[in-house]
Design a protein around this ligand. Structure first.
Ligand code: TMP
Ligand code: ASP
Length: 246
């Protein structure tokens, strides 16, 4: 497939059209960026690992009645997906305070939240993906009130499923980011990816060691080293739990 046919290239994936207008091909890259692409690098094997983890999680979520864009995997770093128009929203669900929540509120890292927090950020690199309020989001017409309510409900349902799944992997799901899209029938589908790039994942067995426990992209963001090992470890544990379910 020639590069010129790509529909879109993001920081972690390239989207290609296919012969079927209802289906796109997402190719996951090893490229890694952080802090709105001010930090750039590569994580060897990340594309295939993130694609594989996301594919397994999307399929499991489908069995729980959550509609996703997943179709199938032509290769380990490729996902055929339903053609959706992505809503320009980053939907973050948090169970434990970390990252920007600590920076913006002063909550101590690791504070267990009494209830999951669902937040909406404007997916806009030029503006640095700012945190939105519900009213701002509605004024900007980024989604309808009905869509916001539906997304919030789905995000909490997905959180309950993922928390339990990662618990079985001996991993604490600290927080994660979701994206949603609308298909040609305006149906809302879970899209993008769910991977160590988009989740904070802490190893339960090394919980007491703030750096060693990190099994996600924070190893790259914060220059903690052993980035590839962490991604491989998550994939190994996810596969083990998935295979045990089969
Ligand atoms: P934050 O604490 O930096 O706001 O990140 C919250 C979650 O969202 C964390 O699991 C990492 C994920 N995330 C992304 O997937 N993409 C991003 O661009 C950012 C900033 C965070
Ligand atoms: N999406 C971020 C970036 O723009 C990466 C991150 O922090 O996850 O580089």
């Amino acid at each position: 497939m020639s590069v010129s046919t790509k529909l879109y290239e993001g920081k972690a994936k390239i989207i290609y059209p296919t012969d079927d207008p209802e289906i796109f091909l997402a190719v996951f890259k090893d490229d890694a960026t952080a802090f709105n692409a001010q930090k750039r690098g590569s994580i060897q094997g990340k594309g295939a690992i993130n694609c594989s983890i996301s594919s397994q999680l999307f399929q499991l979520l489908e069995t729980r009645g959550i509609k996703t864009h997943f179709v199938d995997n032509p290769a380990p770093n490729q996902m055929r997906i339903k053609a959706v128009k992505i809503l320009p929203l980053e939907v973050v669900v948090r169970n434990i305070a970390a990252g920007s929540l600590c920076q913006q509120t002063g909550l101590a890292l690791g504070t267990v939240l009494k209830q999951p927090l669902v937040e909406f950020y404007y997916k806009n690199d030029r503006l640095g993906d700012p945190l939105l309020t519900r009213d701002r989001l509605l004024v900007m017409e980024l989604a309808t009130a009905e869509q916001v309510d539906r997304i919030t409900h789905l995000a909490l349902q997905i959180n309950e499923f993922l928390k339990e799944f990662f618990q079985q992997c001996s991993i604490t799901l600290v927080d994660f980011k979701l994206e949603f899209g609308l298909d040609s029938k305006q149906q809302l589908l879970l899209a993008d990816e769910i991977s160590p790039d988009t989740c904070r994942l802490w190893d339960i067995s090394t919980q007491e060691d703030a750096d060693r426990r990190i099994l996600d992209k924070d190893r790259f963001r914060l220059d903690l080293g052993n980035v590839e090992n962490a991604y491989q470890e998550v994939w190994k544990r996810v596969l083990k739990v998935v295979e045990a379910k089969e």
